[in-house]
Design a protein around this ligand. Structure first.
Ligand SMILES: *Cc1c(COP(=O)(O)O)cnc(C)c1O
Length: 390
């Protein structure tokens, strides 16, 4: 079966009592067992039966298995948010005295998690230029516990060479962890690019119209030890996805392909048109042929470039004026909603960062981030153009 067929027709492990076509929502915390032996087997993992919804639930397991079938992951874990998935992954790989090798071009909360929150527990970090493979090699030492990269950084849209990074990670005996939120995992194979652990904010493309917050951790290759550690994280820290969220995310997964294809083609069209407007100083979109990361993105992600772009205007005032004039496009954070969204990252997502931190992270007050939705492309463009016009 091809991806879009599998996303819909992947079947349950067991027939449903009523033949329900959608996986039912098992809104329960606990499960009854026929006898003490089976109960003990379930709790100790000797049989695959849900025991308690902090770590196992049929609706969530169905979502996890569907994702496994679509990606070829050897293990998958659903979390209540992208940040919970990232936290769980790094808590299982890092320890006091260990170093996470990463970049200043990271999702803001991930950067703070690594530098500040985990830092308080003695985890060290090196933020380097992950597009410079020599610098990555030089940064690795015996304390390094993983390389952590975003496949396309948000909002800069810097693309890392995943094969290059994985070779360096593997020769040092450490895993390459990649946040693949920016391109759906049905569109390219992280595994074949050498990624060992994939983390995803399913809040974005997967949830299907921004219905629920969620996250995934996918492991490739020989993942038994890592899977046992993730189970420990879920048991001891919590953070498992809720059954209701898993239901919504499963629906989103079923129509992901159709939504993504339209959103990404709308985005390319919008990016091309915006380059022609004089008030737009720069359009940053990987699908534009003159983008410095275009060919690397093309080679890695199969000719698809996502549904996010940024534009640079004359000044911060011009950005605010543009936002205030929008009528169709919503002033909101989030990415890959059904509706188009616009935000000024400098004053919002990074609003409480110090000026020095913003400089370190290359966040400028002249940048607007756009997430392009499923509306008719003419309507989206008309709204952007009228908001940009003098
Ligand atoms: C949104 C996002 C996250 C965090 O995900 P949540 O589901 O909001 O917790 C992490 N990484 C990237 C690249 C994101 O865009």
């Amino acid at each position: 079966m091809k991806t879009s067929t599998k996303a819909i027709h992947y079947s349950y492990q067991k027939p449903d009592a009523y033949g329900a076509l959608s996986m039912p929502i098992y809104h329960t915390c606990a499960y009854e067992f026929p006898d003490a032996d089976i109960m003990a087997d379930a709790f100790c993992g000797r049989v695959e039966l849900p025991d308690y919804t902090r770590v196992t639930n049929p609706t969530v397991i169905y979502f996890e298995k569907k994702v496994k079938a679509l990606t070829g992951a050897t293990a998958s874990f659903a979390f209540c948010s992208g940040m919970a998935a990232i936290t769980g992954t790094l808590m299982s790989l890092a320890a006091a005295g260990k170093t996470i090798i990463s970049s200043n071009h990271l999702f803001g909360n991930t950067w703070l998690l690594i530098s500040k929150t985990l830092g308080r527990f003695g985890v060290k970090s090196k933020f380097i230029d992950l597009t410079d493979l020599e610098a990555v090699k030089a940064a690795i030492d015996s304390d390094s516990c993983c390389i952590y990269a975003e496949i396309i950084s948000n909002p800069h849209q810097e693309v890392v060479d995943l094969k290059g990074l994985s070779e360096i990670a593997h020769s040092a005996g450490i895993p390459l962890v990649a946040d693949t939120t920016m391109i759906p995992f049905t569109k390219f194979s992280a595994k074949s690019l050498g990624v060992d652990i994939e983390v995803v904010s399913t809040t974005k493309y997967l949830s299907g119209g921004a219905t629920t917050i969620g996250g995934l951790v996918l492991a490739y290759g020989d993942s038994e030890k890592f899977a046992a550690e993730m189970k420990e994280i879920l048991l001891n820290l919590g953070g498992y996805m809720s059954p209701h969220s898993a239901y919504m995310q499963t629906l989103g997964l079923e129509n992901l392909e159709a939504r993504y294809n339209l959103e990404s083609s709308n985005t390319l069209e919008i990016a091309r048109r915006l380059t022609k407007l004089p008030s737009v100083k720069k359009v940053n979109y990987l699908g534009l042929e003159d983008n410095p990361f275009h060919s690397l993105a093309k080679a890695q992600f199969g000719g698809t470039y996502g549904a996010m772009l940024t534009i640079d205007l004359e000044s911060k005032q011009a950005c605010y004026r543009f936002l205030n004039r929008l009528q169709l496009v919503k002033r909101a954070t989030n990415l890959f909603d059904n509706r188009s969204l616009a935000i000024h990252p400098w004053s919002t997502i990074f609003g409480n960062f110090t000026d020095e931190q913003k400089r370190e992270l290359d966040i400028f007050d002249t940048t607007i981030r756009l997430s392009i939705g499923l509306e008719d492309v003419e309507d989206i463009y008309d709204d952007l153009r009228q908001a940009l016009e003098d």
